[in-house]
Design a protein around this ligand. Sequence first.
Ligand code: ASP
Ligand code: MG
Length: 808
Amino acid sequence: MKVLKFGGKSLANGLGLEKTLEIIKHKKANEEDICVVVSARGNATDELIALLENARNGQWEEEDWINFKENQLKAIPQQQDILDTDFHNLKNFFAGVKLLKDYSLKTKDEVLSFGEVISAKTLVQVLINEGLSAKFVDARSFLITDDRFGNAIPKDEISEKNAQAAFEEFYSNGAIPVVTGFIGVTEEGETTTLGRNGSNYSAALVAKFINAEILENYTHVDGVFSVNPELVEDARHIENLSFQEANEMVNFGMNVLHDKTILPLIDKNIPLKILNTFKGIDQTGTLISNDKNNTSVKSLMLQENKSLVVFEGRGLLGKVGIDARFFSALHRAGVSAGIISQGSSERGMGVVVDEKDAPRALEALRKEFARDYDTKDVQSIHSIDGLSVISIIGQKMSHFNQSYNALIKNHVEPLLISNTVSGANVSIVISKEDTSKALNIIHGELFENPKQIHLAIIGHGTVGRALINQILNSTHDIVNRKNTHIKIFAISNSKNLILDKKGIGKDWETQLQTSAVPANIETLLKYAKENHLENLIAVDNTASSVFVENYELLAENGFDLVSSNKIFNTLPIDRYKNLRKVLEDKNKKYLYETNVGAGLPLIDTIKLLHLSGENITRVKGVFSGSLSYIFNNFSVREDAFSTIIKEAMDKGYTEPDPREDLSGNDVARKLLILARELDLVNEFSDINIQNLIPENLQSIAKDEFLSRLEELNTEYEQLKKSLPEDHVLRYVGELKGDLQKEKGQLEVKLVSVPKSASLGQVKGSDSIFEIYTESYGENPIVIMGAGAGAEVTARGVFGDILRVSENK
Ligand code: ASP
Ligand code: MG
């Protein structure tokens, strides 16, 4: 015999009932012996409770009652009269409650029992209408319980005997028994219920009593998942579970099952299958059985609406009996304690309770400890409400570190962590707002799902555009190689913003053009927060000083920062230090390898040398790709200086106004950034900069300047002629002085160097950096290569993004 249990949604009018019928018919067609246990149909139990409450409060609406009735009768339009007596009796109960303005738990159980009775009778009629033979079985004919109304405990032995006798009859006549779930009866004949969702328990008991081969529980979900699929997209369906595992999950809040359901099944080793009524005949579901091979199932369970009751008593150290008083008080208040925490300092205690119980718990505790309050042995008794408990089932404390780190990095700080003495479980208490984010993070860690990195990219000039395309083109490879999924969730320019937590695709430019969302940092932060996005990185590819203003705010809101924009690092030193402080406080990173020498690994090298205690004595180099091109060419070619500048402009090496490069400011900024890496506190104004533009051309309009470019020629021609033989011109930045002091000497200037020196050998638009250190002596570390260009810069930014991601 198979026991099939159908829940409220499976029996509701319409699709539910249709599917239930299909399943039963299919079983019968296969000549399977079945017994059906039912819940009340749809939300009947809730509706009955509401009607009861209204009757008591004098808010009875005849219309609600009629709706309830009609809804229940819809499935059997021709045979409505079979329920006449039940509705009549039910109505009488309500009339009594209206009169008395009150009801007992006993009355409540009587009233609720009609939900299941009506359901079973209806299903029997529906089956008969389909030509099947079925018989209504009132569980009260065999299921004896104690008299804890509302949560009665079955008496197994006698119930089993009764059941076996009752079921004898059905075996012989082949009718499908349709049994009322949820309800039982005391030895005195009073109706009881087994607690909300108790039909599952009833079904397990029936299965046990009649030695069923399996209990098939038809629900509206596909079975058990590693985590609630409504909260975590990547939730995994679990096909097999052992009884122990299922029991553990139930204990930690799995609500697919009633908490006592599994026990009767374990007694007789009857497997339980959880299936989805709406998925029809062919489905895997979840099989819970005695199979001990599955001992590695991991899952996350969630308990919501919890409070942490906090009891602080500094005068209690070493006193005996405080805990006993504490828990007795809770006991008297009828409050059940979940996670319990007490430090070895015994200065207080934290206990997790249901949020609705917290006020009662506080009242009871304050009363119990009133005297100790007066003597100041107890300082505070309060509660922190709005909490959730996430339990990681199947994880030992020793493996919890990864999940924990990931939580902290994403600003989710558990209020309490607890492991169980038996079994491998870790529970954390967190605030309600963090629940969904935390579930996603831990689930990702447990199942090694690709780590989700969420990027906001600001600016899409040449570097920004190249970066976005590089990322979109390599998303797939990075998932495969590094198990990291880099998603661009935001792109913004100075006007518009586009947002998509699923990841913005290749049509980003059109989207951005047509976006109606104005660029706004608050909108961006709000979106990330509301969508609980984890592992956030903001990437600044603008060259402006506007977006830079948001760096601290971003770090405070959980973003790491990557920037090709140099401006922040050259702001006054106080601001520079402030950001570093915020970053440190918030445990966030800020990488900007491309600030100097584009993609060349310069900043990282200098940082590491400095950190490792190597004494850097001097840094010198050609910092600017455009000036490199200009002087590499001018030094060896016959062409006029202006021709070469124009050529560099045409090739896109210079800024739109080449004076940005020729003024030396760009090189100076880079030099300052390097200096600050060495903990020097130089300001921009400390730098000696040789401006290559004659004063009279420095502040005229760009167009005029370009038309007067030739005015530069004579001076530079003369300079070239005056060079010693085999020397060339190079525009260099140099950091020197006693670099152990507060400030170094920073100089940016045009110099002549021998062709054979390393600076003299740079070609094209390459950059070169010589790093002199104490250990390396007179032979500097030389880093040379393409130091400019959108593609290489974007690669460098991408590298920074990956570096930050790795740390997540
Ligand atoms: N009808 C009852 C309830 O809603 C029992 C059940 O559905 O399992 O709680
Ligand atoms: Mg139900």
